[in-house]
Ligand binder design. Structure first.
Ligand code: GDP
Length: 297
């Protein structure tokens, strides 16, 4: 995958050497882990996350069982794979469902992270499994955000609830809930405003939307390309909003995507979806095991 190309080729190099060895000494493992550590740091994985990760792998890899196995190099690689899967959440984390419809999904994130696009993609995914989503145009500040959501809605034939840009997003959310109930929509996806940086007024507004709609999911949309900043953003949002999950976008981009590996560890919230392109169908449920295998190449 583009976002992990650099990391993948470096790890393949390290593991190629390990796999080739008949016997693996403690020194070999230490040397390999030193290289893995550097590769992860260079890919922009959070420093503390890397430290814990390497410690865990070493703890499992340096032991009699592994050293005595017939293929110790492969066993070590397998341990790295399993720990990386754990790092990204272990098992797939599905969307929550309200006991009584509609299930409400609130999207949050910085401007440009991909909230509006992802809202449309998520509606598309739900529609494909025979659900009836309602999209809500709650980003009234970014010029063109409403129109953008309406165009997406038209493209996939999903209704978009909008009251223009003169009504407050809290009121829009309140009326959208009403409309969803009247029209029998079983999912409500609320696109919200983002700023370039986190600010108090924005957080206050998001909290009020939360209060009014009582969302089953609060998904933070994170641009996987924003490096270490993505982790700080996730942490700040989580402190204020009680996130339930994360959507990683732009994994098709060609810069370092290592911050993606840190988000779960830092917020404790699972990555639920991954976006890999601008097209409406470019959103997939996130599978930590598959992602680990893709990263390891
Ligand atoms: P918002 O401000 O958070 O609502 O962000 P938008 O949804 O408007 O997205 C910002 C830009 O990122 C747009 O040009 C999108 O087409 C683009 N974008 C969103 N998701 C992806 C993705 O997964 N891959 C790529 N390459 N571009 C994306």
């Amino acid at each position: 995958m583009a976002a992990f190309e650099g990391l993948t080729s470096r790890l393949q190099n390290v593991f190629g050497k390990l796999r080739g060895k008949g016997k693996v000494s403690e020194d070999d493992v230490n040397e390999a882990m030193r290289e893995v550590r550097l590769a992860l740091l260079e890919a922009d994985v959070n420093f503390k996350v890397v430290k814990d990760f390497i410690a865990k792998v070493k703890e499992r890899a340096i032991g009699q069982e592994v050293m005595k196995s017939f293929t110790p190099g492969m066993v070590v690689v397998d341990i790295v794979n399993k720990e990386m899967t754990e790092l990204m959440g272990g098992t797939q984390s599905k969307l929550a469902k309200a006991s009584k419809p509609p299930t409400v999904i609130m999207m949050a994130g910085l401007q440009g992270a991909g909230k509006t696009t992802t809202s449309g993609k998520l509606a598309r995914l739900l529609q494909k499994s025979n659900h009836k989503p309602l999209l809500v145009a709650g980003d009234i500040y970014r010029p063109a955000a409403i129109k953008q959501l309406q165009v997406l809605g038209e493209q996939i034939k999903v209704p978009v609830f909008s009251l223009g840009d003169k009504t407050s997003p809290v009121e829009i959310a309140r009326q959208a809930m009403q409309q969803a109930k009247e029209n029998g929509n079983d999912y409500v996806i609320i696109d919200t405003a983002g700023r370039l940086h986190i600010d108090e007024a924005l957080m206050e507004e998001l909290k009020q939307i939360h209060e009014v709609t009582k969302p089953d999911e609060v998904l933070l949309v994170v641009d996987a390309m924003t490096g270490q900043d993505a982790v700080n953003v996730a942490q700040s949002f989580h402190e204020q909003l009680e996130l339930t999950g994360v959507v990683l976008t732009k994994l098709d981009g060609d810069t370092r995507g290592g911050a993606a590996l840190s988000v779960k560890a830092v917020t404790g919230r699972p990555i639920k979806f991954a976006a890999m392109g601008e097209k409406i169908d470019a959103l997939e449920p996130f599978h930590p095991d598959r992602m680990a295998s893709r990263i390891l190449g």
